[in-house]
Design a binder for this molecule. Structure first.
Ligand SMILES: [Zn+2]
Length: 317
């Protein structure tokens, strides 16, 4: 009798272990930069499937709404890795409805030194949909005051990567060793790259720039760049005639070295500003978007190109 019970217990423990091994989590990431970081973290972990919810070329989803196809992807996932800091205002109540069991890994969790969002209006969109805003007020409203573009600075991305590894290790302890080793290695490369960014402080002849939207605030802090104006005060929204006049005034007064456009937005306004004032136009890529099948070093290569572009455009001392 005793023997049989012991056997039953062993059998149950064994089958639990087997099911944990067999079912590596289905991981879904919201945005391209988080997806790219997560793919680096899970490399070599058998059976883990990493999907990307939003189109890779979309860029920041500041004004995104979930589609029925998105909902289906969410229903099939075990884990959702998010950017956090209000980047995913489209998740929340619909997410819980579609998949109440999904585990959310907030890759911005606990990261220190967050930059206050400039010109932040507390409820800047979906005003007609007041109840969702109120729900956010309950948990996370404070965090929405901060700039969410941690991914565009190698220094803060290194912390994001460690958070992703921690989160996935919690959901899939069997893979923890791999996740943590990959994250440590990738963060180390990002910290080294951050050293190259930091050197720009003593190198650039004119550190004043205009950016297209708030994506480069963390990068600028690391590189000693001064962002004297931003074309889109609200992401995705073009400046009004009055804002355009103000931009022209800022260019004449502060003499920034260039206006930098981003691949995720049209360059038209920057070109108009350039025609009006003679300011240089060049492109920087915050890696908010990219090819879905990007190689593992895509981020690092793109950031190095940004560093070279800054030197070439702004001049060196
Ligand atoms: Zn953005």
């Amino acid at each position: 009798m005793l023997g049989k019970n012991v056997f039953m217990v062993c059998y149950c423990v064994l089958s639990l272990c087997l099911s944990a091994v067999a079912e590596a989590p289905r991981v879904l990431c919201t945005t391209f930069p988080i997806y790219h970081a997560t793919r680096n973290v899970v490399e070599g972990r058998k059976g883990v499937d990493v999907g990307l919810l939003l189109p890779a070329n979309l860029g920041c989803p500041h004004d995104y709404s979930l589609t029925p196809a998105d909902m289906q992807q969410i229903q099939k996932a075990d884990v959702l890795v998010i950017n956090g800091l209000g980047m995913e205002e489209f998740v929340g109540r619909p997410l819980q409805r579609a998949n109440p069991k999904i585990k959310v890994v907030d890759s911005s969790k606990g990261i220190p030194g967050l930059i206050e969002q400039e010109g932040h209006h507390h409820h800047h969109h979906d005003e007609a949909d007041g109840h969702d805003d109120e729900e956010e007020d309950d948990h996370d409203a404070d965090r929405h005051h901060f700039n969410p573009h941690l991914f565009a600075s190698p220094k803060t991305l290194a912390l994001v990567v460690m958070n992703i590894a921690d989160g996935l290790s919690g959901v899939d302890p069997e893979g923890a060793e791999i996740y943590k080793a990959n994250a440590a290695k990738y963060s180390e490369s990002l910290v080294a790259l951050s050293g190259e960014v930091k050197k720009l402080k003593d190198t650039l002849a004119n550190p004043r720039i205009i950016t297209q939207h708030g994506a480069f605030d963390y990068f600028a802090r690391d590189a000693g760049l001064e962002i004297v104006a931003t074309i889109q005060s609200h992401p995705g929204q073009e400046p009004s005639a009055a804002e355009m006049l103000k931009l022209v005034g800022v260019v004449r007064e502060k003499k920034p070295g260039a206006v930098f456009t981003e691949p995720q937005y049209p360059a038209r306004i920057a070109e108009t500003l350039s025609r009006e004032t003679g300011i240089k136009v060049a492109k920087l890529d915050p890696v908010a978007s990219g090819p879905e099948s990007a190689p593992k070093d895509y981020y690092i290569k793109t950031m190095r190109e940004n560093i070279e572009m800054l030197k070439k455009t702004l001049g060196t001392k």
